[in-house]
Design a protein around this ligand. Structure first.
Ligand SMILES: NC(=O)c1ccc[n+]([C@@H]2O[C@H](COP(=O)([O-])OP(=O)(O)OC[C@H]3O[C@@H](n4cnc5c(N)ncnc54)[C@H](OP(=O)(O)O)[C@@H]3O)[C@@H](O)[C@H]2O)c1
Length: 306
């Protein structure tokens, strides 16, 4: 077990888990409740959060507060932070687990949806972390566990924004881990491979080779391995053999090959060929000047400035 004072602390300890309404987040909620932690559960689906709160209360008499929030919206993160202050619910440990991905060619998937991946997987994580870390630093205990992904260790054609978001999360976690080290605060990134949750369906990747070929872990196992690694003070945590093996391979396999393999697994080139490029966000295509109209007399520079 790491040196973190939180593991020795007597009395109630509280963890905030984002994305606690299903999958890995729900598994974390069950696991921490079993170990006697108080919980603050965050996600959009209030009904599902109450279901999870009910389960952990029934099974472990755990106190679980339900605070619904849409983490893709900066203002709801600010509102969440002030509710935590007002209700005296500042957590000792923050588990940034909420996140999602989308499979498809970057020029086909809607731009707004791809940006929302960054909002939830990166912006919300950094925002919430920066708001809650000072409390942990003052206590000289506790920390932040970010649920990243193996995706963050390699470029992902067919899931470009998702891979980029998880790469950012791993980098942010590693840097903060070092910054927080003298303050007795732990920061870690958990990097699971495929996990059996709603993630694949939401990402539109159920029929991809990636899902059909790669082994998927159960969320309870991933949460347990993540929590154990966090307790041991590990900064980048690979839950299980497949994750550890893949992580090591990414260091030796050339990036070009990793890109080609991932393009195959996501079928991105076929996706691009089957679908029209998404131009919803573009202004209408400019008409080529017809023979009847005189060609523009603007200089080349003026035209470029248009
Ligand atoms: N499953 C995998 O194969 C896999 C592999 C590696 C990493 N991960 C990562 O693991 C984390 C958990 O995913 P999961 O596999 O457990 O999938 P999941 O079952 O779909 O859970 C995702 C959670 O994130 C929440 N969420 C999504 N958008 C949100 C928003 N705008 N605001 C607040 N909460 C939001 C969802 O709750 P609501 O819908 O109620 O808001 C849900 O609780 C994600 O960060 C994912 O990237 C998953």
């Amino acid at each position: 077990m790491g040196m973190n004072a939180i593991w020795q602390r007597e009395g109630p300890r509280r963890a905030l888990i984002t994305g606690a309404s299903s999958g890995i987040g729900e598994a974390f909620a069950r696991l921490l409740a079993e170990e006697g932690w108080d919980l603050v559960l965050v996600a959009r689906n209030e009904e599902e959060l109450h279901r999870v709160a009910g389960v952990v209360h029934a099974q472990h008499q755990a106190t679980a507060h339900v605070l619904p929030a849409d983490l893709s919206r900066p203002e709801s993160i600010a509102a969440l932070a002030s509710r935590l202050q007002q209700r005296n619910l500042m957590p000792d440990v923050l588990i940034n687990n909420a996140g999602f991905g989308l499979m498809g060619a970057a020029t086909v998937l809607p731009r707004e949806e791809q940006l929302r991946i960054i909002d939830v997987n990166v912006r919300a994580v950094i925002d919430l972390t920066l708001r809650l870390l000072p409390h942990m630093q003052r206590q000289q205990a506790g920390g932040v566990l970010n649920v990243a992904s193996l995706a963050g260790l390699m470029p992902g054609p067919g899931m470009a924004a998702y891979h980029a978001s998880k790469a950012a999360l791993i980098s942010f976690s590693e840097a903060l881990a070092e910054e927080m080290r003298p303050h007795g605060v732990q920061v870690s990134a958990l990097c699971p491979g495929p996990v059996k949750t709603r993630f694949q369906e939401r990402a539109g990747m159920r029929s991809s080779l990636l899902v059909r070929l790669l082994p998927a872990s159960r969320p309870a196992r991933v949460a347990r391995a993540g929590w154990q690694g966090f307790k041991e003070g590990r900064v980048v945590i690979m839950p299980g053999l497949f994750a550890a093996f893949t992580a090591i391979s990414t260091r030796f396999v050339p990036r070009l090959l990793l890109r080609r393999i991932n393009a195959r697994l996501t079928g991105v080139h076929q996706h691009a060929a089957r679908h029209a490029v998404n131009t919803a966000h573009l202004p209408p295509a400019r008409q080529e000047p017809s023979a009847a109209e005189p060609a523009s007399t603007k200089s080349r520079q003026e035209r470029q400035a248009d």
